[in-house]
Design a protein around this ligand. Structure first.
Ligand SMILES: C[S@@+](CC[C@H](N)C(=O)[O-])C[C@H]1O[C@@H](n2cnc3c(N)ncnc32)[C@H](O)[C@@H]1O
Length: 211
């Protein structure tokens, strides 16, 4: 599983994933279903926007950004483009992280939320238990800590026999995977492909234990 968005998606302004190019504020990975970010933002409450930006963007200015979006909506109507959102966020974020656009975390948050990426990831990991044969390998490449945490906990949770202290005589929950480690890109790879800089690859081997 190679998670997140693909380069063709982010490089196409019409998909609305990037704050670097003007396009419709969409961000759906599958444009045949669901709400675009613009549609969702038109009615989202201040609380929900703050929660999404804080939880999925790990953005400490979540409150200020949500208030700025709300003010913008009231003064000039709903946001329609990526540039409009990036400008509102840049105005609300008072500090600058070196080499990082102030809109990065908010765009990541809205993308993860609108595509239910973390829920989809959890479902896909559970499904891997059923589709992998003994000796089969689960390989997941994630690009931010929210994803990697889910993958890490899934593999850890399934790679040890778990005895239920409340039921000492019950059969232990058997290990389904053998964790085979974590790999991060080296300097050479990051130099050749800067988009790999935050990638983490985790590998686990499926045991013979039934799902
Ligand atoms: C990082 S890209 C994969 C790039 C690909 N490995 C490549 O090298 O060109 C992840 C892809 O997964 C797709 N995707 C996202 N959620 C998905 C899901 N639940 N099921 C299937 N594909 C999904 C996205 O649309 C995106 O194109």
């Amino acid at each position: 599983m190679d998670l997140g968005i693909s380069s063709p998606q982010i490089d196409n302004p019409e998909r609305g994933f990037s704050f670097r190019a003007e396009g419709p504020l969409d961000m759906r990975m599958d444009t045949t279903r669901g709400q675009s970010v613009a549609d969702w933002l038109a009615d989202a409450s201040l609380e929900t926007m703050t929660e999404v930006i804080r939880d999925y963007g790990e953005e400490r200015f979540a409150g200020q950004i949500a208030k700025a979006i709300d003010r913008r909506r009231q003064e000039r109507g709903p946001l329609g483009t990526t540039t409009e959102l990036a400008e509102v966020v840049a105005g609300a974020v008072k500090t600058r992280e070196p080499g990082k656009d102030p809109a990065t975390r908010t765009f990541q948050a809205f993308r993860i939320f609108i595509n239910a990426e973390l829920e989809e990831l959890a479902r896909a990991l559970d499904a891997s238990l059923k589709v992998l044969q003994p000796g089969g390998r689960l390989v997941v490449i994630s690009f931010h800590s929210l994803e990697d945490r889910i993958v890490k906990q899934f593999i850890a949770g399934h790679s040890r026999d778990v005895f239920d202290r409340r039921a000492p005589f019950a059969e232990p929950k058997v290990m389904h995977f053998k964790a085979l480690g974590r790999t991060k890109p080296g300097e050479e790879e990051v130099a050749g492909n800067p988009r790999s800089r935050s990638a983490v690859m985790r590998v686990a081997e499926r045991t013979g234990a039934p799902a």
